[in-house]
Design a protein around this ligand. Structure first.
Ligand code: GCB
Length: 592
């Protein structure tokens, strides 16, 4: 799915700004697609939850409504006209005036709605978007809606971040020529100093295809025609970790000499491969340093914000991070574009978090009922997961920064039924993208003795909390457990292994001379212990700390103003561990 951009043949109007807003229980009656009678307005993009002071809005279960007027440029006559939602969390119904024109399920992937027949160039229309924050056992991520003693509905879920919802990413209106480029797929390789870009183009309306690849100065290096082919780059400059280099691929849909549509895509030439116990980028062993992140800031919730994006990348660079994981859902595509331009590697994760009834059983990990059953993650959940994978890979397949798919966070891979659930999904990912390795991050209860699916995947990714949820305050015992755990996985799999979560909740300003949990010293010492262990294993290919910054969660007795495992606070101030990381990852002491 191509990101909408303005080109010589396409126009784009951003609809971001302030929209009318209401929740269904505060509206008189249907149809809510008529003019909204509401005093509220909400910012787009932003999650709506923290914008208002009213708790009934923050934790609302059911539809919320966004509305604004949209002027269609009069020059768009004869073009196709589409609405693009970069995300509507978690499902949406879209109305043009009183007409339902489409909808979407899945809160972190984009969708288009063709409104050509519902709007008129030169005229305005009323755009109403109903968005639902609801999670059930057939959504990804799953959740449960219950009716409490007060008669009100409440949303529960099995993941550790606040269920922010709404229009948290951009909305736009764009035009497409009737005959147009519909999709482009690129796969890159190289041989010595020669780079290759294999491309495949899908068009609508039966056009011929012409492509050209140019360098940053605009000099055309290679051209080809036909909907599939190979472009060759002599003296290629590879896209490398920390040294991004991008070419521009221009795809034209043509009729003879007439260019009917033109689309441009940034292309980085690089390869990714798992060989034995190594993770190779451009044929060279790569070691991941970095973080599991969240899209999470004050007031905006999960709302995409360019300023925070730039600042977060700066802080990652400051620590020496070369990568991050889009835990626990696909991030805004602008973030991947930014990573493409800055040579940061991305582990691209789905929103499949919480497929684990074991976590409900507490530290015992005993599920109250089987995770992979019709009661929880059954056939419909699996179908939603498959659809989510199609949309994610469709969106992200061309990003050089994306080097690994993480198809679930902490699923119950130790439970019966996990194999039947995951095998078709792994096969689907390999079919959709044969070029990138696949992983899932492994919950504590999934051990090298009881996990049932690791052989289907390429990389062993562990989430481990020795010294925190287990052996809190006892780093010596924690170290022994960690050592044995990693050794066990190495003996069992012979695959590259990395740690995708490890950390400790830390209150900035809390100090102790002893091993006291929640102190800044304890976080620093715990990380140092993990690093000592990692360094004993040549098979280790990466470390990503949980978490980059503190983030909002649901209320809970073990959460003080959210999850505090950040190396930075939620306002992005460094805790003591940030300086220790900078020392490990960059060899730099202090702040300079
Ligand atoms: C995990 C989860 C992550 C939590 C983290 C924690 O295993 O993957 O979403 O936030 O633990 O801090 O408990």
């Amino acid at each position: 799915m191509l990101k909408p951009i303005a080109t010589a043949t396409r126009d784009l109007v951003k609809l971001d700004g302030v929209w009318k807003f209401a929740i269904d229980s505060r509206l008189p009656e249907e149809p809510w697609s008529s003019v909204l009678d509401t005093p509220l307005e909400a910012a787009v993009p932003a999650s709506y939850n923290d914008l208002f002071t009213d708790p009934a809005i923050r934790d609302h279960v059911g539809w919320v409504y966004y509305q604004r007027s949209v002027q269609v440029p009069r020059g768009w006559a004869g073009e196709r006209i589409l609405l693009r939602f970069d995300a509507a969390t978690h499902s949406a119904k879209v109305y043009v005036d009183d007409q339902l024109v489409g909808g979407h399920v899945g809160g972190y992937t984009p969708f288009d709605i063709d409104v050509t027949d519902a709007v008129r160039p030169g005229a305005a229309f009323r755009l109403t978007v109903a968005v639902s924050p609801d999670l059930t056992n057939i959504t990804i991520p799953p959740g449960k809606i219950e009716v409490g003693m007060t008669g009100g509905k409440t949303q529960t879920y099995f993941h550790d971040f606040y269920n922010y919802a709404g229009l948290a990413r951009s909305v736009s209106l764009y035009s497409l020529p009737q005959v147009h480029v519909d999709d482009v797929t690129v796969v890159t390789t190289f041989d010595g100093s020669t780079g290759f870009v294999d491309y495949r183009v899908e068009t609508v309306g039966g056009a011929d295809v012409r492509v050209r690849l140019a360098d940053v100065a605009g000099t055309v290096l290679a051209t080809a025609s036909g909907s599939e082919g190979r472009l060759q780059i002599d003296d290629v400059v590879l896209w490398k970790p920390g040294a991004a280099h991008l070419y521009e691929l221009t795809v034209d849909a043509v009729d003879g000499e007439d260019v009917l549509d033109t689309y441009a895509l940034a292309v980085g030439v690089r390869t990714v491969e798992v060989r034995g116990e190594e993770f190779l980028v451009n044929g060279e062993p790569f070691y991941f340093t970095g973080f599991g992140k969240h899209e999470d800031t004050f007031v905006r919730g999960k709302g995409h914000d360019d300023a925070y994006m730039v600042h977060d990348f700066q802080l990652m660079e400051w620590t020496g991070a070369n990568s991050f994981r889009t835990s626990h859902y696909p991030y805004a595509e602008d973030v991947l574009d930014f990573a493409d331009r800055h040579g940061i590697l991305v582990i691209d994760e789905t929103a499949a978090v919480g497929l684990n009834m074991g976590v409900v059983g507490g530290l015992s990990g005993t599920p109250p009922f089987p995770t992979f059953s019709e009661q929880y993650a059954g056939a419909e959940t699996q179908a939603a997961h498959a659809q989510h994978l199609r949309e994610l890979i469709g969106r992200d397949k061309n990003h050089p920064s994306v080097v690994l798919w993480c198809i679930a966070n902490e699923p119950a891979s130790n439970e019966d039924g996990a194999r039947e659930y995951f095998e078709p999904l792994v096969n689907l990912v390999r079919e959709l993208d044969p070029t990138r390795p696949i992983t899932y991050s492994m919950v504590m209860f999934a051990t090298f003795k009881n996990d049932q699916i690791i052989d289907l995947f390429d990389v062993v990714s562990l989430n481990r909390y020795y010294g925190w949820y287990i052996n809190a305050g006892d780093l010596a015992t924690a170290e022994m457990y960690l050592q044995g755990d990693i050794q066990g996985w190495i003996d069992r799999t012979g695959k590259p292994i990395m740690m995708l979560e490890y950390g400790a909740d830390t209150m900035p300003g809390l100090h102790s001379v002893w091993d006291q949990v929640w102190t800044e010293e304890y976080q620093t010492d715990l990380l140092a212990m993990y690093h000592r262990v990692f360094d004993r294993f040549p098979q280790f290919v990466g470390e990503q700390i949980w978490n980059f910054a503190d983030f909002a969660t649901t209320n809970g007795l073990h959460r003080v103003g959210g999850n505090r495992k950040g190396i930075f606070t939620r306002e992005r101030r460094p805790k003591a561990a940030a300086f220790a990381l900078r020392q490990r990852w960059r060899g730099l002491d202090g702040r300079k």
